[in-house]
Design a protein around this ligand. Structure first.
Ligand code: B1M
Length: 211
């Protein structure tokens, strides 16, 4: 097996130490950081997302894979920046105002990173004005709104309304979180909805025209 195949396997299995060591080995063998991301990490996280979507693995397994990918990225990110290699797409994500839940949002963010998105994570309890400032600053392809409380669903409505009323009205908006559905997304004028982090990758790629 090649080093990249071993690395892919280590990330899939959530083996952080192995992932870091194999990333270093690949670099030592002269493999470029972009190649490592695209040929090992992205496919590994795509496979993780598929398994999660199909209930073959659950949140804990996904979190350890995400951590393994992060370990690899610690070595790769500075090299990618130095080489001028930037992710193809940009996404802004946040948990809407009034809501402090961030575990699901963080999973979506890491899966998007694994799918070639630069992700600007605004954190939790994000007011509409902060989303709009971030859109202005980062010009994202996709804006993701996460929410876990039925009581903060109106904040999602307000955020979509505010974005649509701004000069950034055409940006693609995705919503997700336990109380949210495709029907709700349609009703509030969002462009996409995903029930989980694996599906969030497919949906975001479709929105940017890459799927
Ligand atoms: Co809270 N909480 N919580 N909580 N909490 C829930 C959500 C709740 C269902 C528990 C319950 O009563 N059974 C309930 C909501 C009820 C409702 O609104 N109908 C609830 C409540 C009421 C509250 C408080 C009000 C409790 C209180 O203080 N009285 C309070 C609210 C605080 C606030 O936000 N203002 C509160 C607080 C907390 C903690 C801080 C203690 C903690 C959050 C810690 C954190 O996030 N850092 C917490 C937790 C952990 C939960 C539960 C137990 C777990 C949530 C979670 O992380 N799930 C939850 C009950 C439950 O779900 N069993 C509960 C795992 C995560 C991976 O799944 O977030 O659904 P999830 O994300 C998924 C998908 O939804 C989707 O992909 C993710 C990954 O697959 N997804 C997206 C999420 N965002 C997406 C965005 C997308 C696409 C997909 O595109 C942009």
């Amino acid at each position: 097996m090649t080093t990249l195949e071993l690395l892919s396997q280590a990330v899939g299995a959530g083996k952080s130490k192995d992932a870091k060591a194999l990333t270093q080995r690949a670099l030592d063998e002269g493999v470029g950081p972009g190649e490592i991301v695209n040929q090992a990490l992205v496919p590994a996280m795509a496979a993780v997302g598929e398994k999660f979507k199909n209930n073959l693995i659950f949140v804990p397994e996904m979190l350890v894979s995400a951590r393994a990918m992060k370990e690899a990225m610690v070595l790769l990110e500075p090299r990618l920046v130095a080489a001028g290699i930037t992710p193809k797409y940009t996404a802004v994500i946040g948990t809407v105002q009034g809501d402090l839940h961030d575990i699901g949002k963080n999973l979506v963010a890491i899966m998007w990173k694994g799918a070639n998105f630069k992700v600007i994570d605004l954190g939790t309890n994000v007011p509409p004005t902060k989303f709009i400032s971030a859109i202005k600053e980062h010009q994202p392809h996709v804006v993701g709104l996460s929410g876990l409380l039925t009581t903060t669903m109106p904040a999602m409505v307000e955020t979509v309304k505010a974005i649509r009323a701004s000069e950034y009205k055409t940006v693609k908006i995705m919503v997700g979180g336990a109380p949210v559905s495709q029907q709700f997304a349609d009703e509030i004028g969002a462009d996409g909805y995903a029930p989980d982090a694996g599906a969030a990758v497919d949906r975001a790629l479709a929105l940017v025209g890459a799927a």
